[in-house]
Write a protein that binds this ligand. Sequence first.
Ligand SMILES: Nc1ncnc2c1ncn2[C@@H]1O[C@H](COP(=O)(O)OP(=O)(O)OP(=O)(O)O)[C@@H](O)[C@H]1O
Length: 266
Amino acid sequence: MLSDRFPSPVIALRAIEKWYGTRDRPVHALSSTDLDVGARELVVLLGPSGCGKTTLLRMIGGLIEPTSGELSIVGKPLWARGERQSEALADLGMVFQEANLFPWLSIEDNIALPLELKGMGHAERRARAHELMKLVGIGGFERRWPRELSGGMRQRAAIARALSYDPKILLMDEPFGALDAMTRDALNIELERIFLATAKSIVLVTHSITEAVFLADRIVLLSPRPGRIDRIVDVPFPRPRTLELQATTAFQEIVLSLRERLAEIS
Ligand SMILES: Nc1ncnc2c1ncn2[C@@H]1O[C@H](COP(=O)(O)OP(=O)(O)OP(=O)(O)O)[C@@H](O)[C@H]1O
């Protein structure tokens, strides 16, 4: 299932199954899932609590191994003989609900850390961190500590860190879920700007239908027990999008149909 608008896939999932072993009985978290995400496409995973959104995202990110099925990143298998393949991992960056910055490192050093671990020299990684901080709108805060930044600014720093080694794909798990509504709106606009400026593919998990419709090229609606793709909804609005879009009938119609379907499958 690849969108006609985004013909070259960077993520391909085939017949993905996930069972978790628990003490009482195995949990079937995800059933026969096929999905393609195109280059420069923004796909949102939406669904009721416990339907397997995080499981799916973490599997794409190589943090959880599928029980069966095939998963490839930019044409390279993510797993082989039970081992994560570093070539495929190099194309993946992750952002979580909490920024998870190291409190004892400056913002700049947090962002440059993945580059340091890759062996990049000090001057080069500093230049790259500065460039990224400008891109995400926190230029000038290089020497600050994480505790000195607001929640929204810390999430911007987390996005910059995930972009530091220039992966083709950004995976985001409820990245703005802990922020207040106004900051969240502002960061949705910022995320779209960063998405357009960097030409990445993004897969993002959210509980917010409005956020999903505002950001997505396609929304993957998952249903629970076991998690499976219920439907894929195309969101055709041109980019860049503005908050006024949310007041239009076309936007509200998609929100309403998703809300109704979510109520049916929850
Ligand atoms: N490590 C685990 N061990 C056992 N069961 C798990 C584990 N992680 C998740 N599950 C189960 O798998 C199912 C899917 O969980 P997952 O966290 O992926 O859902 P989700 O859609 O992201 O939920 P939420 O919206 O509440 O964050 C749930 O039934 C959950 O209880």
